[in-house]
Design a protein around this ligand. Structure first.
Ligand SMILES: [Zn+2]
Length: 348
């Protein structure tokens, strides 16, 4: 029986809102996603909440049409956006780099979407939503599993799923992995070419994970540092933003300096995962994001470098799986849908 012939709404929509695009997925009761790829629609977030929420509603209608179902088949919605935002989906008063229109400051995006759609909306920040997907892709509905996901993008997002539950925190800032401080002295000891590096994050912290492991870290810190040592490198002639986005591609084709930059990121992640192993004793460590959307050889090399960055583990923990997140570009929408399904099930 198809969803459209049911009397009771049963589908969950997962909506991933970024600064430029809305991505929608649909989840059925068998935990299958109805859309194979992404259903993407322009977000128009710079025009403010009113226009953007309508874009989300339109994007949802397009996804519903593509899947051959109806809007009234939808029981609830999972929404994820970049933070900072509270646990209930109120965006920060100080605004965000992704939502620049002044009306976004302090805007209740969860409540706003609920009004526009007339459906219950459950909110997660994008890192936590991706972590929910990474966890579900590996463990399905197995109970009591724990995983830590790190998503390397413009910043460093991610989240912790502890015993099957996302650690969202009391105020919505749980799993802010990017701003966990690292033992930078340990990193420099293993990579002497980093002597003199001052990794400052946009949040103000010196030496947190995002300050070393993100596209922003490459642009602001790592690339300038390495170019000082190799001023004749081909990236030295480009402007920093254009140069930073080329580092991954060059690293994947064997450029030694760009590989060294990715080695720093991997080793930093290794130190971070070591902290997570000691705190959570997890079942899996998961890596996602644009940084590792490359061929499998590069992904394997990167995972090996993460392992190399981890201090020796206890025998019992040495085999904790370290894996790449599948379907990375759909992770946010899928995770938001899975979490909304869990919430809807708990309510009934
Ligand atoms: Zn930070």
């Amino acid at each position: 029986m198809s969803a459209s012939t049911r009397d009771v709404p049963s589908l969950i929509a997962g909506i991933d809102l970024g600064g430029t695009a809305v991505n929608v997925t649909l989840l059925d009761t068998e935990r299958q996603f109805l859309l194979e790829g992404l259903c993407e629609h322009p977000a128009r977030s710079v025009e403010g909440p009113g226009i953007c929420l309508q874009q989300i509603a339109d994007g949802l209608d397009l996804a519903v049409a593509e899947a051959g179902v109806q809007r009234h088949d939808i029981l609830a919605v999972g929404l994820d956006t970049p933070g900072p935002a509270t646990a209930s989906g109120v965006l920060s008063q100080r605004g965000s780099t992704n939502f620049v229109h002044p009306d976004w400051a302090g805007f209740d995006i969860r409540g706003g979407l609920e009004k526009v759609l007339g459906l219950p909306v459950h909110y997660l920040n994008d890192g936590n939503a991706a972590a929910v997907w990474g966890h579900a892709a590996r463990f399905g509905t197995e109970p009591n599993r724990t995983s830590v996901s790190a998503i390397i993008g413009t910043g460093l997002g991610g989240g912790v799923i502890h015993q099957g539950q996302v650690v969202a925190g009391s105020r919505g800032f749980g799993g802010e992995l990017g701003h966990v401080l690292l033992p930078v002295a340990s990193l420099i000891e293993s990579l002497p070419e980093l002597v003199g590096l001052t990794p400052r994050c946009n949040c103000g912290r010196l030496g947190d994970l995002e300050s070393l492991c993100s596209l922003t870290a490459i642009r602001q810190t790592l690339l300038p540092h390495f170019l000082q040592q190799q001023p004749s490198h081909l990236l030295a002639t480009l402007d920093p933003t254009a140069a930073a986005v080329r580092v991954r591609g060059l690293a994947a084709t064997g450029d030694p300096m760009c590989q060294a930059i990715f080695r720093v990121q991997a080793r930093a992640l290794g130190l971070f995962f070591d902290q997570m192993i000691n705190i959570f004793d997890p079942d899996a460590l998961i890596v996602g994001g644009g940084a590792i959307e490359a061929d499998t050889d590069f992904q394997h090399w990167f995972l090996e470098e993460i392992r190399a960055g981890m201090p020796p583990q206890r025998e019992e923990q040495a085999a904790i799986p370290l894996v790449i997140m599948p379907n990375g570009d759909a992770a946010g929408a899928r995770g938001a849908a899975i979490e909304a399904r869990r919430q809807a099930t708990n309510r009934h």
